[in-house]
Design a protein around this ligand. Structure first.
Ligand code: LHQ
Length: 263
Protein backbone atom coordinates (compact mmCIF):
# COMPACT_ATOMS: atom_id res chain seq x y z
CA UNK A 1 0.00 0.00 0.00
CA UNK A 2 1.38 3.43 -0.81
CA UNK A 3 0.68 6.69 1.01
CA UNK A 4 0.90 10.37 0.06
CA UNK A 5 3.03 11.54 2.96
CA UNK A 6 4.91 8.54 4.34
CA UNK A 7 6.96 5.64 3.06
CA UNK A 8 5.89 2.36 4.63
CA UNK A 9 7.34 -1.13 4.53
CA UNK A 10 6.79 -4.17 6.72
CA UNK A 11 9.05 -7.13 6.03
CA UNK A 12 11.01 -9.70 7.99
CA UNK A 13 9.47 -8.54 11.27
CA UNK A 14 10.64 -4.94 10.75
CA UNK A 15 8.05 -2.24 10.02
CA UNK A 16 9.43 1.09 8.81
CA UNK A 17 7.63 4.40 8.57
CA UNK A 18 9.51 7.32 7.02
CA UNK A 19 7.82 10.73 7.16
CA UNK A 20 8.00 11.92 3.58
CA UNK A 21 7.33 15.64 3.19
CA UNK A 22 10.98 16.65 2.87
CA UNK A 23 10.16 20.05 1.31
CA UNK A 24 8.49 20.98 4.64
CA UNK A 25 10.98 19.13 6.83
CA UNK A 26 8.25 16.51 7.33
CA UNK A 27 5.94 18.88 9.22
CA UNK A 28 2.63 17.34 10.30
CA UNK A 29 -0.21 17.96 7.86
CA UNK A 30 -3.73 16.51 8.22
CA UNK A 31 -2.80 13.99 5.53
CA UNK A 32 0.37 12.98 7.38
CA UNK A 33 -1.66 12.31 10.53
CA UNK A 34 -4.14 10.26 8.50
CA UNK A 35 -1.39 8.23 6.84
CA UNK A 36 0.39 7.62 10.15
CA UNK A 37 -2.85 6.46 11.78
CA UNK A 38 -3.43 3.98 9.01
CA UNK A 39 0.12 2.63 8.88
CA UNK A 40 0.50 2.30 12.67
CA UNK A 41 -2.90 0.53 12.70
CA UNK A 42 -1.54 -1.97 10.16
CA UNK A 43 1.58 -2.58 12.23
CA UNK A 44 -0.56 -3.08 15.35
CA UNK A 45 -2.72 -5.62 13.53
CA UNK A 46 0.22 -7.60 12.10
CA UNK A 47 1.32 -10.34 14.49
CA UNK A 48 4.51 -10.86 12.43
CA UNK A 49 5.77 -7.30 13.06
CA UNK A 50 8.37 -7.23 15.88
CA UNK A 51 9.76 -3.71 15.74
CA UNK A 52 8.78 -0.34 14.27
CA UNK A 53 11.36 2.15 12.97
CA UNK A 54 10.30 5.80 12.56
CA UNK A 55 12.43 8.24 10.60
CA UNK A 56 12.26 11.23 8.26
CA UNK A 57 13.09 11.66 4.58
CA UNK A 58 15.51 14.38 3.51
CA UNK A 59 17.37 16.65 5.89
CA UNK A 60 14.76 16.86 8.66
CA UNK A 61 13.11 14.42 11.06
CA UNK A 62 9.90 16.42 11.67
CA UNK A 63 9.35 20.18 12.01
CA UNK A 64 6.18 19.80 14.11
CA UNK A 65 2.79 21.12 13.09
CA UNK A 66 2.63 22.43 9.50
CA UNK A 67 1.95 26.03 10.39
CA UNK A 68 0.50 26.81 6.97
CA UNK A 69 -2.42 24.54 7.94
CA UNK A 70 -2.90 26.13 11.36
CA UNK A 71 -3.16 29.85 10.69
CA UNK A 72 -4.23 31.58 13.92
CA UNK A 73 -7.52 32.98 12.56
CA UNK A 74 -10.28 30.97 10.82
CA UNK A 75 -13.30 32.79 9.39
CA UNK A 76 -12.44 35.83 11.49
CA UNK A 77 -12.33 33.79 14.74
CA UNK A 78 -9.26 32.64 16.74
CA UNK A 79 -8.50 29.00 15.95
CA UNK A 80 -9.12 26.43 18.67
CA UNK A 81 -5.77 24.64 18.82
CA UNK A 82 -7.07 21.96 21.19
CA UNK A 83 -9.06 20.31 18.40
CA UNK A 84 -6.07 19.04 16.44
CA UNK A 85 -4.26 18.03 19.62
CA UNK A 86 -7.19 15.90 20.77
CA UNK A 87 -8.05 14.55 17.32
CA UNK A 88 -4.58 14.00 15.83
CA UNK A 89 -1.65 14.24 18.24
CA UNK A 90 -3.08 12.54 21.33
CA UNK A 91 -4.10 9.35 19.47
CA UNK A 92 -0.76 9.33 17.60
CA UNK A 93 1.38 9.59 20.73
CA UNK A 94 -0.78 7.09 22.64
CA UNK A 95 -0.71 4.68 19.70
CA UNK A 96 3.09 4.57 19.88
CA UNK A 97 3.22 4.21 23.67
CA UNK A 98 0.61 1.42 23.64
CA UNK A 99 2.04 -0.45 20.66
CA UNK A 100 3.20 -3.86 21.91
CA UNK A 101 6.46 -3.50 19.99
CA UNK A 102 9.65 -1.53 20.50
CA UNK A 103 9.60 1.71 18.51
CA UNK A 104 12.95 3.04 17.34
CA UNK A 105 13.12 6.75 16.50
CA UNK A 106 15.96 7.38 14.04
CA UNK A 107 16.33 11.15 14.17
CA UNK A 108 18.11 12.05 10.95
CA UNK A 109 17.83 15.84 11.17
CA UNK A 110 16.04 18.64 12.96
CA UNK A 111 13.05 17.81 15.18
CA UNK A 112 10.99 20.86 16.16
CA UNK A 113 7.80 21.39 18.14
CA UNK A 114 5.58 18.31 17.98
CA UNK A 115 8.41 16.66 16.03
CA UNK A 116 10.28 16.50 19.35
CA UNK A 117 7.16 14.99 20.97
CA UNK A 118 7.08 12.36 18.23
CA UNK A 119 10.74 11.49 18.77
CA UNK A 120 10.35 11.23 22.54
CA UNK A 121 7.27 9.01 22.18
CA UNK A 122 9.60 6.36 20.71
CA UNK A 123 11.17 3.75 22.99
CA UNK A 124 14.74 4.11 21.80
CA UNK A 125 15.89 7.30 20.11
CA UNK A 126 19.09 7.32 18.13
CA UNK A 127 20.10 10.57 16.46
CA UNK A 128 22.63 11.67 13.88
CA UNK A 129 25.27 14.05 15.22
CA UNK A 130 24.00 16.87 12.98
CA UNK A 131 20.39 16.43 14.20
CA UNK A 132 18.92 18.79 16.76
CA UNK A 133 15.83 19.32 18.88
CA UNK A 134 14.01 22.66 19.10
CA UNK A 135 11.09 23.36 21.42
CA UNK A 136 9.77 25.85 18.88
CA UNK A 137 6.55 26.37 20.87
CA UNK A 138 8.36 29.09 22.85
CA UNK A 139 8.80 31.11 19.66
CA UNK A 140 5.06 30.93 18.93
CA UNK A 141 3.88 31.78 22.44
CA UNK A 142 2.60 28.24 23.01
CA UNK A 143 3.18 25.54 25.63
CA UNK A 144 5.01 22.35 24.61
CA UNK A 145 2.34 19.86 23.57
CA UNK A 146 1.62 16.40 22.19
CA UNK A 147 2.95 14.80 25.37
CA UNK A 148 6.18 16.77 25.62
CA UNK A 149 5.45 18.13 29.09
CA UNK A 150 4.99 14.50 30.18
CA UNK A 151 8.12 13.07 28.58
CA UNK A 152 10.64 15.87 28.94
CA UNK A 153 10.75 16.46 32.73
CA UNK A 154 10.83 12.70 33.26
CA UNK A 155 13.80 12.34 30.91
CA UNK A 156 15.94 15.38 31.69
CA UNK A 157 14.51 16.73 34.96
CA UNK A 158 12.34 19.76 35.63
CA UNK A 159 15.15 22.35 35.68
CA UNK A 160 16.34 21.55 32.16
CA UNK A 161 12.81 20.93 30.91
CA UNK A 162 11.72 24.38 32.10
CA UNK A 163 14.70 26.16 30.54
CA UNK A 164 14.57 24.45 27.14
CA UNK A 165 10.78 24.85 26.98
CA UNK A 166 10.84 28.53 27.87
CA UNK A 167 13.83 29.44 25.70
CA UNK A 168 13.22 27.28 22.64
CA UNK A 169 16.97 27.10 21.98
CA UNK A 170 18.36 24.43 19.68
CA UNK A 171 19.56 21.33 21.59
CA UNK A 172 22.26 19.41 19.74
CA UNK A 173 21.98 15.62 19.42
CA UNK A 174 25.15 15.31 21.50
CA UNK A 175 23.66 17.42 24.28
CA UNK A 176 20.40 15.48 24.13
CA UNK A 177 22.33 12.22 24.55
CA UNK A 178 24.39 13.63 27.43
CA UNK A 179 21.21 14.73 29.19
CA UNK A 180 19.54 11.33 28.73
CA UNK A 181 16.84 12.80 26.52
CA UNK A 182 17.73 10.23 23.85
CA UNK A 183 19.57 6.91 23.86
CA UNK A 184 22.53 7.65 21.56
CA UNK A 185 24.03 10.14 19.17
CA UNK A 186 26.05 8.66 16.29
CA UNK A 187 28.04 9.98 13.34
CA UNK A 188 25.72 11.02 10.50
CA UNK A 189 27.10 8.32 8.20
CA UNK A 190 26.46 5.63 10.82
CA UNK A 191 22.79 6.39 11.57
CA UNK A 192 21.26 4.03 9.00
CA UNK A 193 23.56 1.11 9.89
CA UNK A 194 23.16 1.59 13.66
CA UNK A 195 19.37 1.81 13.28
CA UNK A 196 19.34 -1.36 11.17
CA UNK A 197 21.47 -3.17 13.73
CA UNK A 198 18.96 -2.29 16.46
CA UNK A 199 15.99 -3.22 14.26
CA UNK A 200 17.56 -6.59 13.35
CA UNK A 201 18.18 -7.23 17.05
CA UNK A 202 14.53 -6.61 17.90
CA UNK A 203 13.29 -8.64 14.91
CA UNK A 204 14.79 -11.67 16.68
CA UNK A 205 14.12 -10.68 20.27
CA UNK A 206 11.56 -12.18 22.70
CA UNK A 207 8.95 -9.65 21.53
CA UNK A 208 6.39 -10.16 24.30
CA UNK A 209 9.08 -9.62 26.94
CA UNK A 210 10.19 -6.42 25.20
CA UNK A 211 6.56 -5.21 24.97
CA UNK A 212 5.89 -5.83 28.65
CA UNK A 213 9.20 -4.17 29.56
CA UNK A 214 7.92 -1.08 27.73
CA UNK A 215 4.66 -1.26 29.72
CA UNK A 216 6.27 -1.75 33.10
CA UNK A 217 8.74 1.10 32.68
CA UNK A 218 5.98 3.46 31.55
CA UNK A 219 3.90 2.43 34.57
CA UNK A 220 6.70 3.23 37.05
CA UNK A 221 6.05 6.96 36.69
CA UNK A 222 2.53 6.62 38.07
CA UNK A 223 2.97 3.75 40.58
CA UNK A 224 4.30 3.53 44.11
CA UNK A 225 7.00 0.91 44.83
CA UNK A 226 4.61 -1.77 46.09
CA UNK A 227 2.26 -1.40 43.12
CA UNK A 228 5.22 -1.48 40.77
CA UNK A 229 6.62 -4.71 42.26
CA UNK A 230 3.15 -6.28 42.01
CA UNK A 231 2.91 -5.20 38.38
CA UNK A 232 6.33 -6.77 37.68
CA UNK A 233 5.08 -9.99 39.28
CA UNK A 234 1.88 -9.99 37.21
CA UNK A 235 3.73 -9.41 33.93
CA UNK A 236 6.41 -11.95 34.85
CA UNK A 237 3.66 -14.52 35.43
CA UNK A 238 2.50 -13.97 31.87
CA UNK A 239 6.02 -14.10 30.46
CA UNK A 240 6.83 -17.26 32.38
CA UNK A 241 4.26 -19.02 30.18
CA UNK A 242 5.78 -17.92 26.85
CA UNK A 243 7.72 -20.11 24.44
CA UNK A 244 10.45 -17.49 24.45
CA UNK A 245 11.07 -17.90 28.18
CA UNK A 246 11.32 -21.70 27.72
CA UNK A 247 13.69 -21.17 24.81
CA UNK A 248 15.81 -18.60 26.70
CA UNK A 249 16.30 -20.96 29.66
CA UNK A 250 17.00 -24.00 27.43
CA UNK A 251 19.49 -22.04 25.34
CA UNK A 252 21.32 -20.88 28.47
CA UNK A 253 21.51 -24.40 29.94
CA UNK A 254 22.55 -25.91 26.61
CA UNK A 255 25.15 -23.14 26.09
CA UNK A 256 23.77 -22.13 22.67
CA UNK A 257 22.27 -19.02 21.11
CA UNK A 258 18.52 -18.68 21.74
CA UNK A 259 16.08 -18.69 18.82
CA UNK A 260 13.20 -16.50 19.89
CA UNK A 261 9.96 -16.60 17.95
CA UNK A 262 8.19 -13.71 19.66
CA UNK A 263 5.56 -16.08 21.09
C1 LHQ B 1 7.62 24.44 7.53
C2 LHQ B 1 7.66 24.11 8.90
C3 LHQ B 1 6.44 24.04 9.61
C4 LHQ B 1 5.34 24.62 7.64
C5 LHQ B 1 9.66 24.12 8.15
N1 LHQ B 1 5.32 24.30 8.95
N2 LHQ B 1 6.46 24.69 6.92
C6 LHQ B 1 0.21 21.63 17.65
C7 LHQ B 1 -1.13 21.91 17.42
C8 LHQ B 1 -1.61 23.07 16.88
C9 LHQ B 1 -0.99 24.13 16.50
C10 LHQ B 1 0.29 24.48 16.73
O1 LHQ B 1 1.29 23.60 17.00
C11 LHQ B 1 1.28 22.37 17.49
C12 LHQ B 1 2.56 21.81 17.83
C13 LHQ B 1 3.76 22.35 17.13
O2 LHQ B 1 4.44 21.57 16.53
S1 LHQ B 1 4.16 23.98 17.29
C14 LHQ B 1 5.70 24.11 16.48
C15 LHQ B 1 5.59 24.14 15.00
N3 LHQ B 1 6.90 24.11 14.41
C16 LHQ B 1 7.71 25.17 14.32
O3 LHQ B 1 7.44 26.24 14.81
C17 LHQ B 1 9.01 24.98 13.57
C18 LHQ B 1 9.03 25.87 12.36
N4 LHQ B 1 10.24 25.63 11.60
C19 LHQ B 1 11.43 26.18 11.90
O4 LHQ B 1 11.59 26.88 12.87
C20 LHQ B 1 12.56 25.88 10.97
O5 LHQ B 1 12.03 25.43 9.76
C21 LHQ B 1 13.53 24.81 11.54
C22 LHQ B 1 14.32 25.41 12.72
C23 LHQ B 1 12.81 23.55 11.98
C24 LHQ B 1 14.53 24.44 10.43
O6 LHQ B 1 15.12 25.60 9.92
P1 LHQ B 1 15.94 25.54 8.53
O7 LHQ B 1 16.84 24.38 8.55
O8 LHQ B 1 16.49 26.89 8.31
O9 LHQ B 1 14.84 25.20 7.41
P2 LHQ B 1 13.73 26.19 6.79
O10 LHQ B 1 13.13 27.03 7.85
O11 LHQ B 1 14.29 26.86 5.59
O12 LHQ B 1 12.60 25.11 6.34
C25 LHQ B 1 12.64 24.46 5.08
C26 LHQ B 1 11.25 24.56 4.49
O13 LHQ B 1 10.34 23.86 5.36
C27 LHQ B 1 10.76 26.01 4.44
O14 LHQ B 1 9.93 26.13 3.30
P3 LHQ B 1 10.44 26.98 2.02
O15 LHQ B 1 9.28 26.94 1.08
O16 LHQ B 1 10.77 28.36 2.51
O17 LHQ B 1 11.66 26.26 1.52
C28 LHQ B 1 9.90 26.13 5.67
O18 LHQ B 1 8.89 27.11 5.57
C29 LHQ B 1 9.29 24.74 5.74
N5 LHQ B 1 8.88 24.44 7.12
N6 LHQ B 1 8.94 23.92 9.25
N7 LHQ B 1 6.39 23.69 10.91
Amino acid sequence: MSYQTILFSNEGGIARITLNRPERLNAFSEQLHEDLRDAIGKVRADSAARVLVLSGAGRGFCAGQDLSERKPVVNGEPRDLSTTLERNYKPLILSLRTLDLPVIGAVNGVAAGAGVSLALACDIVIAAKSASFILAFAKLGLVPDAGLTYFLPRLIGAARARAVSMLGERISADQAAQWGMIWRCVEDGDLAAETDKLAQHFAQAPTRGVALTKQVIDACFDNGLGAQISLEAKLQAELGRTNDYKEGVSAFLEKRAAKFTGS
